[in-house]
Design a protein around this ligand. Structure first.
Ligand code: ADP
Ligand code: MG
Length: 572
């Protein structure tokens, strides 16, 4: 076929595809318009992942009757009157592309009214063509309905994995705005489910509580607005005890704009150095304001990134603020480290995983900061000394006497090690020990994870999960990996799915999944153990190949030698 010029309407669709590439980006653009219009209440209703319906209702300024049609012209915007050169932009939108783009790939209707107008203006568009324009009664503000999104753009439809996964993305987008704008009251209704409402009272902690529960939210540490020259930083960060397995818990709001910025996220992670175990990540919602002229917002098609005039200043200010808060909030380290040298190595082992042939790889964390991998194949089994149990301490530690002094065992860490090695063995043998539940548990899987569950059905089975699809995102858990007896099948499954969803791969990843399960299947601190339970735990630990550390690299035991005790008591 020879070269030809595209029909104008085809060209319009192709250009549109760049701005609104998926349903979630339509939601994002419409919500941003509502925020730019000063709305204090925004409601988002979505059906079928946004392909069937997206409705955004706001109580913002509205558009005056004589300008509504114009708003649908490409590059028509009310937001760039001064800044022709795209600097100093204070609004979320500025390209005048969203409305024309969306209306050219969907069926769109808008009804909008300003406070000075008596009636609203109603417009209906189909594939970029104006079908109807009417005067109608309307409250002040704007309502936009988008239906049959991408109905005539099969290429875009193919790009969308499924309605469910798109619903998940829409939810993510709206959640981010709820966090970024705690002053605004958001309402999100997905497929007629019960509405998710954010307070709108300006309390960020209340919004956090929606996702993490009020107990967890109450533990977040507050960065009281601090100024560093023209930069201000405020927000909430998770304490070291509240972590997650991936980086998705960090939200950055820069000059009221939700952005992704790897280097600033890294600044936050860096501040947690030494506070978090390896491969655990903090959660944070950080608000940064900088002079508008110091950032360039016109660098990304969906405006998801900004560029700073001088990123280093913000990086180090952010890192310092977070670090100082963590240090101020951390308990004093009162115990002098009594580690004898023979255990020193164990403490620095940060990771190990078994291969199918039973050999082990070790990665030593040499200075506990810089991961320096040291391959030590075929680690021989470590021997534990013969230990006699004296009792339990604080429902957390098992106190034992050995041939040379006192050994204190962390019951959770020890159990994690035992569970981890068992799971690993079973997993590699492809022979999981399944515990069938007397009463199957019904688990509602969040939208964003539903794909994950179907994509990983085989893997989940190989771990010992026996699941039955109950429809509409519910699963009946009939059996669990035997190690999970007594644990919540729901929590273990959901955390595993989250790990799977993080999209990593490889042996290291598998090892992490096993550690996750091991953690769930292990006795907690705060659990009273009978003597027989302690004995059986100790016996199992003795059988482990690496009994000195838990799968995350923490020690399972500490040892005070007889010589050390004598010295401390001034006997020598
Ligand atoms: P941009 O936001 O980049 O200006 P859009 O195509 O998203 O471009 O919107 C075009 C114009 O329509 C905006 O500049 C604004 O004047 C008006 N507009 C769009 N949505 C709303 C809304 N919800 N409330 C008030 N005005 C709106
Ligand atoms: Mg816009």
């Amino acid at each position: 076929m020879g070269i030809r010029i595209l029909d104008p309407d085809v060209a319009a669709k192709i250009a549109a595809g760049e701005v609104v590439e998926r349903a979630a980006s339509v939601v994002k653009e419409l919500v941003e318009n509502s925020l730019d219009a000063g709305a204090t209440e925004i409601s988002v209703v979505v059906h079928g992942g946004g392909l069937d319906l997206i409705r955004v209702v706001d109580n913002g300024t509205g558009i005056s009757a004589d300008e509504v049609e114009l708003a649908f012209e490409r590059h028509a915007t009310s937001k760039l009157s001064f800044a022709d050169d795209l600097t100093g932009i204070t609004t979320l939108g500025f390209r005048g592309e969203a409305l024309p783009s969306i209306s050219s790939v969907s069926h769109l209707s808008i009804i909008t009214r300003t406070k000075d107008a008596q009636f609203g203006t109603f417009l209906e568009w189909q594939g970029g063509e104006l079908l109807r324009k009417e005067i109608r009664g309307s409250p002040i503000g704007t309502t936009i309905d988008v239906s049959r999104l991408f109905g005539d753009v099969p290429a875009r439809l193919k790009f969308i994995k499924s309605r469910n996964s798109e619903s998940g993305r829409v939810q993510q987008v709206v959640h981010q705005y709820m966090l970024g704008y705690p002053d605004v009251r958001f309402r999100l209704i997905l497929d007629s489910k019960s509405p998710q409402v954010s307070g709108g009272l300006g309390k960020l902690r209340d919004v956090l509580a929606l996702y993490y529960g009020s107990e967890t939210a109450s533990k977040f540490l507050e960065i009281k607005s601090v100024g560093e020259g023209p930069i201000t930083i405020s927000g909430l960060i998770s304490p070291p005890t509240v972590t997650r397995g991936n980086r998705s818990g960090i939200s950055l709001v820069i000059n009221q704009r939700l952005v992704q910025n790897r280097s600033l996220s890294f600044a936050i992670e860096e501040a947690y150095r030494g506070f978090l175990q390896i491969r655990r990540y903090p959660m944070a919602v950080i608000f940064i304001t900088v002079p508008y002229d110091d950032i360039d917002v016109n660098v990304h098609p969906s405006k998801a990134e900004v560029r700073f005039r001088d990123e280093r200043i913000i990086f180090s200010a952010l890192q310092r603020v977070v670090r100082e808060l963590l240090l101020a909030a951390s308990p004093l380290n009162t115990i002098d480290n009594p580690w004898p040298t023979e255990n020193q190595d164990a403490r620095h082992i940060s990771k190990e995983f078994s291969r199918a042939d039973g050999s082990f790889n070790l990665v030593m964390d040499v200075d506990a900061r810089n991961l320096t991998p040291v391959q030590v194949p075929l680690i021989p089994k470590e021997q534990l000394p013969l230990l006699q149990i004296l009792g339990q301490l604080h429902e957390t530690y098992i106190v034992t006497e050995g041939p040379d002094g006192v050994y204190l065992i962390d019951q959770h860490a020890a159990h994690e090690r035992v569970t981890y090695e068992r799971l690993n063995r079973d997993f590699h043998a492809g022979d999981p020990s399944v515990q069938w539940l007397l009463e199957a548990t019904l688990v509602d899987v969040p939208l964003g994870l539903m794909e994950t569950i179907s994509e990983n059905a085989k893997l989940l089975e190989r771990f010992g999960f026996q699941l039955e699809d109950f429809g509409r995102g519910s699963y009946l858990v009939r059996g669990v990996p035997a190690v999970l007896v007594g644990a919540s099948p729901r929590n273990a499954l959901l955390e595993l799915l989250e790990e799977l969803n993080s999209g990593l791969g490889g042996t290291e990843f598998q090892e992490r999944l096993v550690s996750t399960l091991a953690c769930h299947g292990s006795v907690r601190a705060g659990q009273n153990l009978a003597m027989t339970e302690m004995q059986s735990l100790l016996r199992s630990l003795e059988e482990c190949i690496q009994p000195h550390t838990c799968p995350h690299g923490r020690p399972t035991m500490i040892h005070w030698s007889k010589a050390y005790l004598d010295r401390e008591f001034g006997r020598r």
